[in-house]
Ligand binder design. Sequence first.
Ligand SMILES: [Zn+2]
Length: 240
Amino acid sequence: MPGPLKVQAIVLRSIRYGEADRILHLYTVTHGRLSAIAKGARRSRSRFGARLEPFMHVRALLHEGRSDLLTVTGVDTVAVHPVLREHAATLDAAARACDAVGRLFETTDPHPEVFRLLANELALLNDDPAQARTANGLAFRLKLLLAAGIVPQLAACALCGEADHLSGFSGAAGGVVCNSCEAAAFALEEDAYHFLVGALGAPLARAPEAPPRALRQAERAITDIAEYHAHVRLRPLLAA
Ligand SMILES: [Zn+2]
């Protein structure tokens, strides 16, 4: 990356470093996930002010330094999401969303649709804190998997193609399985099945509600498929 890099980014994480610096994990529109150091960012009179907090949407200028880390030389705020910062539930949901993006998309390959999805999710949590619910968190993860090219097979048995008697879900097989193939699967009940189909098809803000038992099964399906097909372990959303 020669010369300074102008990026639009969301701050996924901000880690204290040394005396007064911060190391930032950024998810950018054009360069996927980048790490950069903001020197002096923790000094009270830092030129960065409070513009490099997690979940902020910024325009940043990055320079190549002597190390692998890029250096932040300028920042403008695009969206601060002030309401999101006032509630423990929305902060937690935002942190989990950023964590999932960082784990599933950890290279500099650009995925502008992932950036948009994350920007939408953060804006949604800010505009409507009631969205900090499990169904929304699971729908966000499903859409992330879709962006990673991992689409759970939901229309027919992932092993034999049978369209009826779908009664289980197998992360290894990549989707739902019928009752003659379910040896390596766990039971996926109708409510959970409809949640997965509904959450994939609906906008994030309208992720369908489902009973806790169905959400637990849906979470297991999403977690298993991320593990088998992206080799990524997602942080649990629901207590076991
Ligand atoms: Zn089958």
